[in-house]
Design a protein around this ligand. Structure first.
Ligand SMILES: Cc1cc2nc3c(=O)[nH]c(=O)nc-3n(C[C@H](O)[C@H](O)[C@H](O)COP(=O)(O)OP(=O)(O)OC[C@H]3O[C@@H](n4cnc5c(N)ncnc54)[C@H](O)[C@@H]3O)c2cc1C
Length: 417
């Protein structure tokens, strides 16, 4: 069923009785050409692009819970392409271009809103670093505008410009940055893949990976064994555990990242603001809630829940930047499990096991990567060659030290990610 304004009108006039389910609920078949483990944003977009770009539809996505119940439905929805160094910069640039055509290509409203992202800076040294970053963004075809203090004050008059601890010197403005509705992205890709014949199988946990003589043969699941010629591991925070089923030890640590949302308010914040010194960022959802968060918890954990220590830290940082948010009531907080790589950059690669492929290491920034990650991973699965936008995301860089990607352009320090 195609979605359109006319269709909404027609359904509204006829009692909304004509809508069909957005995807099927099939039982697993005994064998597929490709099995994707993980029905998050990256797994679903991979399946979609396998079908649309390569005509590969004998594909299953196996999800242990429900589609979109992982990080894709837990993030703070920021979409941006503001990277400094080669490797990440072209990949995220590719992703932002895919975002810009996503709603029409999926025929699905993912509420992509290019409301602009502003990274604040607080010293001359930081201004230099952001000016360099902005120049790199412009030179690769993305957009960046360096704002001085007055420029930031004009756009964000509600910030506290009198605070002395981290005085605001200016900001790097990325107009094409913004937000999208996170679970709609999962639903849109799911619907796109399903409508082309991909089986999306929920409540199906992969419990083992079958390998014979160094070649993958399929997977064991809570719904029985499924044979497959190729298997892609796309399970974000669970990457270490699932790769261990194939005897692999990944350079990934899982950490909790938390987020918070307030009660709905009238429109007050119309950009995404990032306040690195205080470890705080914020935007306002279309429903009116202020959506904000801070750092990851610094200890490794598989517990997808929050704690008071981080709530205090984030609230403190937010109050320093914009004391007005003290008046809003926090409604909810939650956590998601991040697959942190040592250089803060992802892995999209083959493994030493024939037919077994890996997509992980998205850290706290994998939502904006969803379109390009699926696009590039589908390319790898279909052709056995890395896509040019993702050719630096090799697994062996952590073994050889060559090609480490340094996400922030400030030196690879795991505790900064
Ligand atoms: C609080 C928070 C804020 C964030 N903010 C942003 C942001 O603003 N911008 C941004 O770009 N990124 C952000 N991120 C990061 C982003 O959400 C993740 O990097 C990204 O969603 C991870 O990829 P995914 O969507 O495929 O993961 P997931 O949605 O977690 O998908 C993985 C899926 O694999 C399934 N799975 C695991 N093990 C198995 C198994 N054995 N068998 C079958 N299925 C299995 C899981 O159930 C899960 O559904 C944030 C994350 C959090 C938690």
């Amino acid at each position: 069923m195609r979605y359109s304004g006319l269709n909404v009108l027609w359904q509204g006039l006829t009692g909304n009785r004509g809508w069909t389910p957005a995807w099927r609920d099939p039982d697993p078949k005994p064998e597929y050409d490709i099995v994707i483990i993980g029905g998050g944003g990256h797994g679903l977009s991979t399946a979609h692009y396998l079908a649309t770009e390569y005509g590969l539809t004998n594909v299953a996505v196996l999800e242990k819970g429900y589609l979109g119940g992982g990080n894709v439905g837990r993030n703070t929805t920021i979409v941006r392409a503001n990277y400094f160094l080669d490797g990440n910069s072209q990949f995220y640039s590719h992703s932002l271009k895919l975002w810009e055509g996503l709603e029409s290509s999926l025929n699905y409203n993912v509420m992509h809103s290019q409301r602009g992202l502003i990274n604040l800076f607080h010293s001359d040294g930081q201004r230099d670093a952001f000016a360099r970053r902005g120049n790199m963004m412009i030179s690769q075809g993305d957009d960046a505008i360096l704002l001085d203090r007055a420029g930031v004050r004009k756009m964000l008059p509600y910030l506290d410009f009198e605070q002395t601890r981290f005085p605001i010197y200016g900001g790097l403005y990325h107009p094409r940055g913004g937000t999208a509705r996170h679970d709609a992205v999962a639903w849109g890709y799911a619907r796109g893949a399903d409508s082309r014949g991909v089986d999306l199988i929920q409540n199906c946990e992969v419990t083992g990976i079958d390998i014979e003589n160094g070649v993958v043969k399929g997977v064991q699941t809570t719904r029985g064994a499924i044979r497959a010629k190729k298997v892609g591991i796309v399970v974000a925070g669970r990457s270490g555990q699932v790769a261990a089923m194939a005897g692999m030890r990944l350079p990934i640590e899982s950490h909790v990242l938390q987020a918070f949302v307030t009660e709905g308010l009238k429109p007050v914040i119309d950009h995404v603001i990032s306040y690195g010194m205080g470890h705080f960022y914020i935007s306002q959802s279309d429903k009116g809630g202020l959506v904000f968060g801070g750092d990851i918890d610094f200890y490794a954990s598989y517990a997808a829940r929050g704690n008071l220590t981080m709530a205090e830290h984030v609230a403190e940082a937010g109050m320093t930047l914009m004391p007005m948010i003290g008046k809003a009531k926090t409604l909810r907080s939650w956590g998601g499990i991040m697959d942190m790589s040592p250089d803060g950059s992802p892995i999209i690669d083959r493994t030493h096991i024939e037919g077994l492929y890996l997509n992980c290491g998205w850290c706290y920034g994998g939502f904006k990567a969803v379109p390009a990650s699926g696009h590039c991973f589908a390319h790898l699965l279909a052709t056995d060659r890395p896509h040019e936008a993702a050719e630096k995301f090799r697994l062996d860089r952590f073994q050889t030290g060559r090609g480490l990607l340094d996400e922030e352009g400030t030196g690879a320090q795991h505790n900064l990610h």
